[in-house]
Design a protein. Structure first.
Length: 202
C-alpha cells in the first residue's frame, strides 16, 4: 500500500514537472495561431492559404502561409525530426543556417521562446519568432512587420522586446513567401539534425 502511494506521488510529481516546464507555445491549429508565455496565452485567427511539406527522411518541415486579421501575411514553419534524431545546433545558429543569414540578432528570449531580427543575404531584415521546447521540434513564425510583432507581444500581458530595426521585410502573398531554406545539404552534411546523442552514448 505504501509502495503504491509512493509510486502515485512520484507519477504526480513527474506530470507536474513536465507541465511546469511547458510554459511556452507557438503553434497553429484549427485556423488559429496560439502564443503562450508563462501563464499568458491568446489566439489569433489566421486563414491558411497554402501548405507545403519538405521531407528529408530525418526531418520533416511543413510551411504554412497564413493571412492575419490585419490583412498581413506570415509563414509558419513546423519542423519535426525523426524519433531517433535531434537538432544539433543552438536555436540562433539553426535560424542563421536555415535563412542563409548574414547575422541573427536576438531581441527577446524567455524559456524556449525567442524573437530574432535576421539579416538575410540581400541585407534585408526579417522578424522571426521561434519556439524550441526540446531538441526534436522547432516552430518558427516569420514575415510580420514591427508594428504587428510589437502588438502581438504586448498582448502577452506587456511583453516588450528590444529595439526593432527598420525597415523589415514583409510577405505580400504566395509569390516568394517561403524564405527559410531547408536543404538536404544543411540537414545531413552540415548536420542540422543528427542521431540522438544519448543513443550514441554521449
Amino acid at each position: 500500500m505504501i509502495l503504491k502511494r509512493v509510486s502515485l506521488l512520484f507519477l504526480i510529481g513527474v506530470v507536474w514537472l513536465f507541465t511546469a516546464c511547458s510554459t511556452t507555445d507557438l503553434s497553429y491549429r484549427d485556423g488559429k495561431l496560439t502564443l503562450q508565455l508563462n501563464e499568458n496565452s491568446f489566439q489569433v485567427p489566421a486563414a491558411l492559404l497554402s501548405k507545403q511539406t519538405d521531407n528529408f527522411s530525418t526531418l520533416a518541415v511543413t510551411h504554412l502561409l497564413l493571412k492575419l486579421p490585419d490583412g498581413g501575411f506570415a509563414v509558419f514553419d513546423k519542423a519535426r525530426t525523426d524519433t531517433r534524431y535531434e537538432f544539433y545546433y543552438p536555436t540562433a545558429e539553426t535560424v542563421r543556417i536555415v535563412f542563409d543569414a548574414r547575422a541573427v540578432r536576438q531581441v527577446y528570449f524567455e524559456n524556449s521562446f525567442y524573437v530574432f531580427q535576421v539579416m538575410l543575404a540581400d541585407g534585408s531584415l526579417l522578424n522571426v519568432l521561434t519556439e524550441q521546447l526540446e531538441d526534436e521540434s522547432l516552430n518558427m513564425l516569420y514575415g510580420m512587420d514591427n508594428a504587428t510583432l510589437s502588438r502581438l507581444l504586448q498582448q502577452l500581458h506587456g511583453v516588450s522586446v528590444g529595439t526593432l530595426q527598420e525597415p523589415v521585410r514583409t510577405i505580400h502573398g504566395k509569390q516568394g513567401a517561403i524564405l527559410s531554406r531547408w536543404t538536404i545539404y544543411k540537414v545531413n552534411v552540415m548536420e542540422l539534425v543528427g542521431p540522438k546523442r544519448d543513443m550514441m552514448g554521449f
